[in-house]
Design a protein around this ligand. Structure first.
Ligand SMILES: [Zn+2]
Length: 280
């Protein structure tokens, strides 16, 4: 059986359901009558809307529109025994992954709006980052633009409440065990730190999708992100360590010094923490 690598961005696989089921279970905004995507097989569909939509993408669902689940929806707190709660969630290099989750009560207290352009349809919440990361991404975008590289933000911060609502919606629809295979447990999505952002090229295509890989924008990020304190959080070849597929679009702010070390050594954030344990 194929190992399912959950997307680090935790956008989910509505398209992996067949259309008839979607039509029954989802409101009109979720319906996607025209296509299952080619990503149907690997369960890593993102649901962000590119700024430039092709006609058959115009009905892509957006997670934040997930209806509030009924009160008796099984809680995301079930069966979390193997997951540790990080005790220093505001730490800039904090390790958040499938084994290390943010406390349920954690909300970053220094979120600000970034100055960068986003793809159309991005909610206010997703345009925010923690202050230090927002400043860094503003500078990264400005310098990229000056070098002829046009970028757009896709999705940055996601609140614990948003992730919880989303996850519980899937639990209600598919059951807890199945939901876990395609949606991040609340607290384990790095987007909840306010230090991560998904980006794409200026044409808005390939927003948080595999086709972003190898583009001039993706290559520029590989070469320059660390200068601004960002790492490519889910690198190629580290899937078994990070637990996530390669995501050239997902940037994580860790600060310049750590970013340089991680990128120059070609290691993951998990490996960095093993080498130099950081208080979590
Ligand atoms: Zn992401």
């Amino acid at each position: 059986m194929m190992t399912i690598l959950l997307s680090g961005c935790s956008e989910k696989i509505l398209f992996a359901k067949d259309n008839s089921e979607q039509s029954e279970a989802l409101p009109d905004t979720y319906k996607n009558d025209s296509k299952p995507t080619e990503q149907k097989q690997n369960n890593v569909e993102h649901t962000e809307q590119p700024g430039v939509k092709s006609p058959d993408e115009s009905s892509k669902p957006q997670e934040e529109e997930a209806p509030t689940p009924p009160a008796d929806t099984p809680s995301a707190k079930n069966n979390n025994d193997s997951i540790q709660v990080v005790f220093n969630p505001e730490s800039i290099p904090v390790l958040v992954n499938k084994q290390n989750k943010l406390p349920d009560s954690y909300n970053p207290n220094d979120l600000v709006y970034t100055d960068i352009p986003f793809i159309s349809g991005t909610t206010d919440e997703k345009r925010k980052m923690r202050q230090v990361a927002a400043s860094a991404i503003n500078q990264l975008f400005a310098d990229a633009k000056a070098q002829g590289i046009s970028l757009l933000g896709v999705s940055a911060y996601r609140s614990h409440a948003t992730q919880t609502t989303l996850f519980n919606y899937y639990v209600n629809r598919d059951g807890y065990e199945k939901a876990r295979t395609y949606s991040a447990l609340p607290g384990t999505s790095e987007h909840e730190t306010g230090l991560s952002i998904d980006v794409t090229g200026g044409d808005g295509k390939c927003a948080a999708e595999n086709c972003f890989g190898g583009t001039p924008e993706a290559i520029w990020l590989e070469q320059h992100a660390e200068e601004y304190g960002f790492i490519i959080r889910y690198p190629q070849g580290k899937e078994s360590i990070t637990g996530y597929q390669y995501e050239p679009w997902h940037l994580r702010y860790v600060g310049k010094e750590i970013a340089l070390e991680i990128m120059n050594k070609g290691i993951s954030l998990e490996e960095y923490h093993n080498e130099e344990p950081v208080s979590n």
